[in-house]
Design a protein around this ligand. Structure first.
Ligand code: GDP
Ligand code: ZN
Length: 345
């Protein structure tokens, strides 16, 4: 007598569903044990298999304002948007996540978030950040670009430098600076959401990757995303707005599929925007300036910060002009701002 004979379905069916093959998918949204997963069979609402659920950890919210109900916030979630999983499909577009595949690329959640911050900034498996500036209106601040590049380097993600509003004209000083970044092998793309210049190349560079756009408001992120794919800008920024006014801090980031033949995903920027230097980097800061790397072994002091130390090869290179002095200055400002030098590799 089969054990499950008391169930309405036949024993064969029961066996069949238990043995159904797992399918692959990618988390596009969710937290706290309920996730939306993009699969070849569509977008499924999934929960976690028991042993994975045990990895969820809850902590009490630190917000104890009068009249505000204490909310439980997630301190630790084994899964983040961008994670690739294997799951057992069940009925009604649902499934059970059986397996979380190891993360290969950038992971904004690797560092422990501060107490009470939960996983606001979490995106796993981010391949690329796209730093967006306007060539003017607003005036671009290249210190901010250097900070974005440090973030990308620290997480070993690709960075695409995008300067929008090309139709307004590029000032000579900016052209000269962009050459510096090209010489460091960063791709620099000039676009105009208005005229359509550079949009085809932007679309190509997003294809097949999971990307996030970073940039101040007003530079044209929404317009650019709409130019890349109809409605994409509105969808991603609408999410940003709700998250900012959000009821919970754990809404997390959503990923939107790109419709091109090579696929790809775009992360909404709400979570990423909150990401700032508020802890230590997973790599040493000096490693995050790629042009410093050839000099890093050549300083006399092994723990050289490349500021005032004697016989510093990096500072000498900046003074000699082989390292761009402005980039060196950006590094110094980050050290002054207290960005942790991270662990030695
Ligand atoms: P976001 O805040 O970064 O999402 O920027 P928006 O997409 O909302 O754009 C901010 C403003 O810049 C809007 O008034 C847009 O019409 C304008 N804008 C966006 N792209 C361009 C462009 O390529 N050229 C010009 N001249 N204006 C643009
Ligand atoms: Zn040094």
């Amino acid at each position: 007598m089969p054990k499950n004979s008391n169930q309405p379905s036949s024993p064969e069916q029961g066996t069949l569903s238990r043995r159904a093959p797992l399918i692959a998918g990618m988390i596009v949204e969710g937290s706290r044990g309920i996730y939306r997963v993009q699969t070849a069979d569509g977008n499924l609402r999934c929960t976690l298999r028991g042993r994975l659920r045990k990895q969820l950890e809850y902590g009490e919210s630190t917000s104890g304002r009068k009249g505000v109900r204490q909310v439980k916030v997630m301190e630790k979630d084994p899964i983040a948007p961008g994670d690739r999983v294997r799951l057992l499909p069940t009925e009604n577009h649902s499934g059970i996540i059986e397996e979380i595949l190891p993360r290969e690329s950038g992971d904004f959640s690797r560092r422990d978030p501060g107490k009470g911050q939960a996983n606001l900034t979490t995106v796993a498996g981010l391949d690329q950040i796209v730093t967006v500036f306007a060539v003017q209106q607003p005036e671009p601040h290249l210190r901010q670009l250097d900070r974005f590049l440090v973030l990308a380097e620290a997480q070993e993600m690709d960075a695409l430098i995008c300067f929008n509003k090309l139709d307004l004209g590029v000032e000579p000083w900016l052209s000269r600076r962009l050459e510096v970044y090209r010489s460091l092998d960063y791709p620099v793309l000039l676009t105009s959401a208005g005229s359509g210049a550079g949009i085809a190349e932007l679309r190509e560079r997003l294809a097949g990757k999971t990307s996030a756009f970073l940039g101040s408001s007003g530079v044209g992120k929404t317009s650019l995303l709409n130019a890349v794919q109809n409605g994409l800008g509105e969808r991603t920024s609408a999410i940003s707005d709700t998250t900012h006014k959000g009821r919970h801090t754990t809404t997390g980031t959503r990923l939107f599929p790109l419709t091109g033949p090579d696929g790809g995903f775009l992360a909404d920027t709400a979570g990423i925007r909150a990401f700032a230097f508020n802890g230590s980097l997973p790599r040493r800061l000096d490693q995050c300036f790629r042009e410093f790397r050839p000099y890093l072994g050549a300083c006399v002091l092994s723990d050289c910060n490349h500021r005032g130390e004697p016989k510093c090869a990096v500072r000498a290179a900046a003074q000699g002009g082989t390292v761009d002095p402005e980039r060196y200055d950006s590094y110094c400002r980050l050290v002054e701002a207290g960005v942790d030098l991270g662990e030695s590799e």
